[in-house]
Write a protein of this length. Structure first.
Length: 157
C-alpha cells in the first residue's frame, strides 16, 4: 500500500527518497501514519499554467495501520525536510504578513501588533526564533471582527 501525492514543483526540489513523512487521512482524524518517500516522479505535471506539481509516492511503515485503509482514501502528507525539537512555535494561521502576530497586552487590554523572527515553518506551525516568548498571549483566530492593532479586548472564558 502506498500514497501518491502531488507536491508543488518548488518544494519538490527539496525532497529525496528516504525522507520521513507524516500522513493524515480525513477518515482517521487525529491519527498520524508514519511513512517514507519511495519515489519521486521524473517529470513535472502541468495541470494549470500556475500549478506545476511532481508526484511523490510514500510507503506507509506500519503494516497494521495499512490494513485499516481502503484504496481511494484522501490523504495529506507532510514530508519532513527539516525538523527542530524543543522550540517555541505557533499556528501558522496566526501569522500576519510581515512576520507579525497580534498579542494581548494585559496592562492596556488592547491588541498589539508584534514582529518576530520566524524559523522553519509549514502550513500548520511556524517556529519562533526571537521576538516572542512562551508567556505571550497570541490571538489565535484572525477572522474575528475588529481584530486589529490597538483594538480594545475583553477576555471571555
Amino acid at each position: 500500500m502506498y500514497i501518491s501525492a502531488p507536491v508543488d514543483e518548488v518544494e519538490a526540489a527539496q525532497i529525496t527518497k528516504g525522507l520521513k513523512v507524516n500522513v493524515t487521512l480525513d477518515a482517521f482524524r487525529g491519527e498520524v501514519f508514519a511513512g517514507e518517500v519511495t519515489r519521486i516522479a521524473p517529470y513535472v505535471k502541468e495541470l494549470e499554467k500556475q500549478a506545476r506539481t511532481v508526484d511523490v509516492d510514500v510507503k506507509l511503515m506500519d503494516t497494521a495501520q495499512q490494513n485499516k485503509l481502503l484504496i481511494g482514501y484522501s490523504a495529506d502528507i507532510d514530508v519532513i525536510i527539516q525538523q527542530q525539537k524543543g522550540t517555541l512555535r505557533l499556528p501558522t494561521e496566526t501569522v500576519i504578513e510581515g512576520n507579525s502576530v497580534l498579542l494581548f497586552d494585559s496592562i492596556t487590554s488592547k491588541l498589539v501588533l508584534k514582529k518576530f523572527v520566524p524559523g522553519i515553518s509549514n502550513w500548520r506551525f511556524t517556529e519562533i526564533k526571537e521576538g516572542l516568548s512562551e508567556d505571550d498571549q497570541v490571538l489565535i483566530s484572525l477572522d474575528v471582527d475588529g481584530a486589529i492593532d490597538g483594538a480594545k479586548v475583553r477576555i471571555e472564558e
